[in-house]
Design a protein around this ligand. Structure first.
Ligand code: FPP
Length: 236
């Protein structure tokens, strides 16, 4: 969700005003995705690197997050939105953690649509944490390194139980991955849009999905393997 700061700067406003509008865009995107047939949306709301921003900005972001969770819970329950998180949420301020726990618990039975918030998330931290937990499981005799596979190891990632992303969208014209779902996005399609996050609306999401639909995902195979030419399938 990139571009909040630039959105505010273009209007001569403080950066936090951009983040505030960013929360509105979060609401829009949450329901736009569901209406467009997406079953799971992950939003990169705060990275492990974001702690290095000015203290006032970090504090304001945490307050916005807390307020958002407090205000949104009833709507999530009403509209069947299951909330999940990825990242080291245990390092977030206690108030944010409390609202997260409440919202995750209150929506865990909902099945139609999942909103995942990446909070204090970073792929390298996630992999390091997973490797540590996996090593401890090996030492405890709970895992066998000789037979472990990606399926085994991925259970130690923050995303355990969640499907890999099919599409990753980055807003604001930046064309970087920035430590986001590096392993899980191994076969994801990427769409980069110049739209700043606060301006990102349902038509922008629909355009990204249309772009995704035009891509051929081969997962290492050839086009012919995916769609055998007419006649060949019959011969096989
Ligand atoms: C990146 O834009 C955005 C962030 C680091 C924060 C994203 C947070 C929100 C959208 C609001 C809080 C989230 C929720 C889920 C309630 P930037 O600030 O780096 O923009 P810039 O590159 O233009 O400076």
């Amino acid at each position: 969700m990139d571009g909040n700061g630039r959105w505010a700067k273009q209007r001569g406003l403080p950066r936090i005003a951009g983040h505030r509008r960013g929360v509105e865009a979060v609401r829009t995107a949450t329901y736009a995705a569901r209406d467009l047939g997406v079953s799971m949306l992950t939003l990169y709301a705060f990275s492990v690197e974001n702690w290095q921003r000015p203290k006032t900005e970090v504090g304001a972001l945490m307050r916005l997050l807390e307020l958002y969770l407090k205000n949104e819970l009833a709507t999530f329950v009403r509209d069947g939105v299951r909330l999940r998180t990825i990242g080291r949420t245990g390092e977030l301020p206690e108030g944010v953690q409390k609202h997260l726990r409440t919202a995750v618990e209150a929506t865990k039975h909902l099945t139609g649509y999942t909103l995942v918030l990446a909070l204090n998330y970073g792929s390298r931290t996630e992999v390091t944490d997973a490797a540590r937990a996996y090593a401890l499981a090996v030492a405890a005799g709970q895992e066998n390194p000789q037979t472990s596979s990606w399926t085994t190891f991925s259970r130690y990632l923050s995303t355990a139980g969640l499907p890999d992303p099919d599409l990753v969208i980055r807003t604001s014209g930046e064309t970087r991955v920035s430590n986001f779902l590096l392993l899980q996005a191994a076969y994801a399609e990427f769409v980069f849009t110049p739209v700043l996050w606060p301006d990102f609306t349902k038509p922008d999401l629909a355009a990204a999905l249309a772009e995704y639909a035009r891509r051929e995902r081969r997962f290492g195979l050839t086009s012919d393997q995916l769609r055998p030419p007419i006649g060949k399938a019959a011969a096989n």
